[in-house]
Design a protein around this ligand. Sequence first.
Ligand SMILES: [Zn+2]
Length: 400
Amino acid sequence: MNEPVAPGRVGDVRRRNLSLVLDSIARTPDAKPSRAQLSAATGLTKAAVSSLVADLVESGLVSEVGLYRDGERGRPGVGLELSTRRGVVGMEINVDYLSAGLLDLGGTLRIHRTLESGNRGQSPESVMSLLAGLVSDVAAEASAAGIMLLGGGLAVPGLVDSAAGTVATAPNLHWHGVALQLDRLLPDAPFGTVLHNEANCAALAELWYGHGLDFRDYLFISGEVGVGGGLVIGSELFAGPRGQAGEVGHMVVEPSGPDCSCGGHGCLESFAGQEAIFAEAGIAPGAASERLARLGEHLASGDPAALTAVARAGHYVGIAAASTARLMNLSAVVLGGHFTQMGPWIAPAVVESLADYAPGVVSPARVAVSELGQSAALLGAAGIALRSVLASPFSLTTSG
Ligand SMILES: [Zn+2]
């Protein structure tokens, strides 16, 4: 691996052109463009493209593939694609589990490992030790498969400062003002590990790999122990001036409602978070995954308490979504996290509530249930890391 090159050592023009060529390859994953096609697409000379591609191939970001094009005969042409021998790692700390997964530069999730772990109230040091162990297992598997890791993203269910690597508050982990030792996760990766909010990651995963492909503007609402959210506007995450927009779980949906972990009361989380739904549905205490499975069985068998609990959650999700849709001029809602397992029961309640509180704003066809399931946050965190690698290929190339 080449040492990252400090900005300035490679000429600005060349850096821009490296990005231009790489972006052109990344935009056409199925086309596997040739050097001549890249020249036509970018407006750069064939000689310039060849030189830039040589750098990208040498840095390992791009690989050559032999292929026949439609209507061509004779020798196969040489196409270019993002290398599947380079990857990034998505990681998630959740209340009930840790997970880590490897996304190759082509965008395929190659490895995905989850470890059940009761992280609520545990010290950040002990949770980070467990996570580092899991990540090191993924790194070993990647190495055995010949894949080099370039960077990573870590999703945490709380308000974070990505630049500082600190968690301002993660109420359901009981973490406040915590600096995480991100360096220990991928010590050899040139792009390091960046911290992100879990719901924002899941909202972005939906944009890149799920319903966001059709919905350019939507509110993503993710049910977990807490309820998180993300606003996607014009295919971009709207994170707000301090990166904390979209905290739909703490929108007030019932002013006289119960106290909330945030210090307020009547928040959406008090009605649509896991504890609230399990309590209302009469699901006995236990591991979250088992309780969710039991809730699913009760729903499928038509158990009135389970149906009422999920309908109530959907009613309040719909109230929050109606207000947000009005405020932000949105016309679609995507339900993620544990709501995906309750999809057939919760979605109709959300639709009904939206029709009641914001008639004509969000059509039933634009209330969607995520298909990414539990890997959404991890995919989003990895996707952000992937995009930062692709945005600065010059930091992995040496010649200028
Ligand atoms: Zn709250």
